[in-house]
Design a protein. Structure first.
Length: 334
């Protein structure tokens, strides 16, 4: 079936699985389920987190593929196996008395599902420095494994906002010898940290950063609150990664903090290695469950969750078949 908009979508339909979120995790999970002959609906708002990026990196076989192109291929694969995709948002979800879930879409349509796979991702909460949000995903970057090669040997600034700033600067040093650490709001690196930075030839700029300098739609420098502009071609930041999990609250699930070295770096929905949450029938995959997961990891998590959901449905169907078999005196259940 081709993709549909909420207005075209029939209300009150029932699926084996509704997948909320159509990124790499959601589409991979839907693909696994559709190939397992499950009825699957993917609800996707069409606002992927990595949309500003020029390409998806470290994804074997798809290196450099533009994010929109990767998702378009994924949607075609899902619908090619009978999965359905609707463009829209989920405004609510609740457990029905019989055990199914009722999923409400924007515009008023609603569907029922035996299981839910939530792959809503996360929200990047960026440092409040003028220009950072506008250049995010372009010259303002987070992951060196995703973008380091593209800015290799360039002048890279690191905007320090937490205790891991020294580690962050040392990491980016692998891709360029021209690294400047702007201490901004981070704690003092300490004697050992400063020695490490000096040993690797990393410059340190004291005090907060006021804004970014943009020339002809390109980042050209970082402007400290006190001091001259420092030329930069790229700026590394460490966002706070906040799980998009509000719709799960009525089901009894809430995001919890994720800490690294005693510092909160974001939030996630806790789950087992296959994506099962503490609420029966609800799975999560991708960045909503793992804040540091890259695209290829999210795709893997979606497949594993899809397989686990299919196995769970098989268990339920088998229990019902056994009960019917016994009730019928041993006759084979349909």
């Amino acid at each position: 079936m081709s993709e549909a908009t909420p207005r075209e979508f029939p209300a009150s339909k029932r699926y084996d699985v509704v997948v909320i979120g159509g990124g790499a995790a959601g589409l991979s999970g839907a693909l696994a389920l559709a190939r397992a002959r499950r009825s699957v609906l993917v609800v996707d708002a069409g606002r992927p987190r990595n949309a500003p990026a020029d390409g998806v990196h470290t994804y074997l076989g798809r290196e450099g593929t533009p994010p929109a192109q990767l998702l378009a291929r994924g949607r075609a694969e899902v619908t090619g196996y009978g999965g359905e995709i609707v463009a829209g948002t989920v405004t609510g979800a609740e457990r029905l008395p019989g055990g199914d879930f009722r999923v409400v879409l924007g515009g008023g349509a609603h569907v029922a599902a035996s299981r839910l796979l939530v792959t809503t991702g996360l929200r990047d909460e960026l440092p409040e420095v003028l220009g950072v949000a506008e250049r995010w995903g372009r010259e303002v970057l987070h992951c060196p494994y995703c973008h380091g090669w593209e800015v290799r040997d360039a002048a890279i600034g690191v905007l320090a906002t937490g205790p891991a700033a020294v580690h962050q600067a040392l990491l980016w040093r692998q891709w360029s010898p021209h690294i400047t650490l702007f201490l901004h709001t981070a704690p003092e690196p300490g004697e050992a940290g400063r020695e490490q930075l000096a040993a690797r030839g990393i410059s340190v700029v004291e005090g907060p950063v006021a804004r970014l300098d943009i020339t002809r739609d390109r980042l050209t420098g970082v402007v400290p609150a006190a001091g001259p502009t420092v030329p930069c071609d790229a700026l590394a930041v460490a966002p706070r990664f906040t799980a998009r999990a509000d719709l799960l609250a009525p089901l009894g699930l809430r995001a919890t903090d994720v800490e690294r070295d005693g510092h909160v770096i974001g939030s996630h929905v806790a789950a087992d290695p296959m994506g099962a949450t503490e609420v029966p029938g609800v799975w999560v995959a991708g960045n909503v469950a793992n804040v540091t997961q890259q695209v290829i990891g999210a795709a893997d998590a979606g497949v594993r969750a899809g397989a686990a959901i299919n196995a769970d449905l098989i268990d339920e169907e088998t229990r019902r078949a056994v009960a019917a078999h016994r009730a019928g005196g041993g006759a084979r259940a349909a």
